[in-house]
Write a protein that binds this ligand. Structure first.
Ligand code: LLP
Length: 427
């Protein structure tokens, strides 16, 4: 079974797009555009797809905060009892402010600062996912200063091809991530010998927007083989963290159903455990598959600009609001919030930023007029979080819809806020 195209929380009624019980046109009119809109029921449905497949098994789910770190969104997951996966001290602060618990939080990332390590140790995070010997040394020193023992897992690089965009593939030898597979055993021995570290697990994350299960199983088989070797050296591995990366449907991709994916992974790990008489906890770190299709970006058409070679629809959202097309040539479906019966034309949908790379969709056939509101779909993951203030553009507002209620999850930035911390030279 594969994931459905988009989520049922986004549906049409008489040609008008609705987010749960609220019309997208009304949201645009009330809050202005560009506007990120999330559906609470889509968030919880994706969460339950993971959580229900984990129920009764030794498995926990940690929401990858980097995909969408809005406090209201994190709070939806925290209320469901979610764990979290963070990559900075800032993300830890967000998790705590959103009602998440440090003891359910794993700390990933290739370059943790000593201040971030201190903050995470003091808060009591569940595990540090460490990626190199110098990072182990640093963590050992910081934990020693605080008189604590840091729980650690090593992120190993299984050297498998996740068959995704090169910028979001992370499990190959050529990537900066993780401890090289051939060095992992020795690195575990080194970690086990450090007095202020407590080795508790192993992790890997092979990439993002992965639409097949096979690369995961290849990675897991390699990791399990390594676990046997590490344990034969006398280091016990309590948990295996399989990372995140499960893809979603943006266009015509056919990613596996979340529940099927979780069960396949757990079955593989449990079968290995049964063979050698050991059970281990399994961690998941999904981001995109929880939030990606739970969000859209609403934008208004400013001008239609016909050209000799191309027609452009210039909209009020830009690459600073949604960087994925410019950065990865990513596809996002784009559709008018209110359908028109007029003839459709083919447009490149572009923003007002002064860069030719500022596009949101290419060659889209749409019946639109200036002033129409468009919905850019599948924008809940790596959308707002990657937005910037380039061209001194305030970042968009974010709204979370819950049934018939719309809740402002983040106010639109003001220009004053953008340069509030800047100072002219003194006379
Ligand atoms: N765990 C680790 C260690 C990660 O590095 C990531 C994502 C995740 C979990 C969550 O992966 P997900 O389930 O969301 O695929 N900006 C890119 C995606 C970058 C992903 C980085 N790491 C994009 O817009 O496609």
């Amino acid at each position: 079974m594969t994931q459905p195209a988009f989520n049922r929380a986004f549906h049409r009624d008489n040609g008008t797009l609705f987010v749960e019980g609220v019309s997208a046109a009304d949201l645009a009119a009330q809050y202005g555009t560009p506007l990120y809109v999330y559906s609470r029921s889509a968030l919880t449905a994706a969460w339950h797809a993971y959580a229900d497949a984990c129920a009764g098994r030794r498995a926990t789910v940690h929401v990858a905060v980097k995909a969408n770190s809005n406090l209201a969104v994190l709070n939806v997951f925290a209320r469901e009892g979610a764990g979290f996966d963070i990559v900075s001290g800032g993300e830890l602060a967000r998790v705590l402010a959103a009602g998440g618990k440090a003891e359910n939080t794993v700390f990933s990332g290739v370059g943790k600062h000593p201040d971030e390590m201190r903050m995470a140790l003091e808060a009591g995070v569940k595990c540090f996912n460490v990626e190199s010997i110098p990072e182990l040394d640093r963590l050992n020193a910081v934990a020693g200063e605080l008189g604590k023992k840091a729980p650690v897992s090593l992120r190993v690089n299984p050297d498998v091809d996740a068959k995704t965009h090169p910028y979001i593939s992370t499990g190959l030898k050529s990537n900066k991530f993780g401890v090289a597979f051939d060095e992992a055993r020795a690195t575990y021995r080194a970690a086990a010998a450090m007095p202020h570290l407590d080795v508790v697990g192993i992790d890997c994350h092979i990439g993002s927007q992965i639409t097949e299960v096979a690369p995961y199983l290849d990675a897991i088989d390699k990791v399990l083989e390594l676990v046997d070797q590490i344990e034969s050296d006398g280091v016990h591995i309590h948990h295996i963290d399989v990372g995140g990366g499960l893809g979603i449907r943006y266009d015509d991709e056919t990613p596996p159903d979340i529940g099927d994916f979780v069960r396949t992974v757990l079955d593989r790990i449990e079968a290995h455990g049964a063979k050698i008489g050991k059970t281990r906890e399994v961690y998941f770190e999904p981001g995109r598959s929880l939030v990606g299709n739970a969000g859209i970006l609403l934008t208004t058409v400013e001008f239609l600009k016909p050209g000799a070679e191309k027609n452009f629809a210039i909209v009020d959202a830009a690459m600073n609001d949604l960087a994925r097309p410019a950065m990865y040539e990513a596809y996002h479906a784009i559709e008018p919030v209110t359908e028109r019966a007029d003839a459709a034309h083919t447009y490149d949908i572009v923003g007002p930023v002064c860069e030719s790379g500022d596009w949101l969709g290419r060659e889209r056939t749409l019946a639109i007029e200036a002033g129409d509101v468009l919905a850019i779909r599948s924008a809940g993951a790596y959308g707002f979080v990657m937005s910037s203030n380039y061209n001194t553009r305030p970042r968009a507002a974010e709204v979370l819809v819950d049934g018939t209620r719309a809740h402002v999850a983040r106010e639109r930035e003001t220009v004053q806020q953008l340069f509030a911390g800047e100072h002219l030279l003194p006379d």
